[in-house]
Write a protein that binds this ligand. Structure first.
Ligand code: MG
Length: 171
């Protein structure tokens, strides 16, 4: 008997804040009272989603593919990482059916930028915006996120692969 092969991957990322005037979240540049410190553009949303996609095929994480020690990725736009992860998933004949990103920060407000973020992720991943969710929450002024010392993101990706025979689960 063949059964559907539906896999869920998760990812988490955080970047510290520093002096600056904008942040990049899910590919959208937003004016802010701070910026995010990072080797690349420090887009926690795209980084978490990249890890979630890699997770569905057991391909390590973003650091495996784009080591921070490699100067090639200095200041890189994070859609490069996300595109690479999606390509690897497709090479394994996976179809990304849903992506969910939760952004956790006290500021900036995500609501006004949600649609643009969904559109950006849909464009990068080549999928319908209806299959992409951006949610946001504050950290209720608690902990490092609550103190505005960083912005965090959690992501989940759902990928459907070819049906398989459960007898081959160990192969
Ligand atoms: Mg990161």
């Amino acid at each position: 008997m063949m059964i559907p092969d539906i896999r869920t991957g998760n990812g988490y990322d955080v970047h510290a804040t520093m002096a600056g005037d904008h942040v990049v979240l899910c590919g959208v540049t937003i004016p802010a009272k701070v910026s995010l410190r990072g080797h690349s553009d420090a887009d926690v949303g795209m980084h978490a989603l990249t890890d979630a996609l890699l997770s569905t095929i057991g391909a390590g994480d973003i650091g495996t593919h784009f080591p921070p020690s490699d100067d090639q990725w200095k200041g890189a736009a994070s859609h490069i990482f996300l595109t690479h992860a999606a390509k690897l998933v497709k090479a394994e004949e996976g179809t990304i059916t849903h992506c969910a990103v939760t952004l956790i920060c006290e500021a900036p407000k995500i609501g006004p930028h949600r649609e643009a973020m969904v559109a950006k992720l849909a464009e990068v991943l080549g999928m319908s915006p209806k299959r992409i969710s951006i949610t946001a929450t504050t950290n209720e002024a608690i902990g490092f996120v609550g103190r505005g010392e960083g912005i965090a993101a959690i992501a989940t990706a759902t990928v459907v692969f070819s049906p398989f025979d459960p007898a081959g689960i160990n192969t």
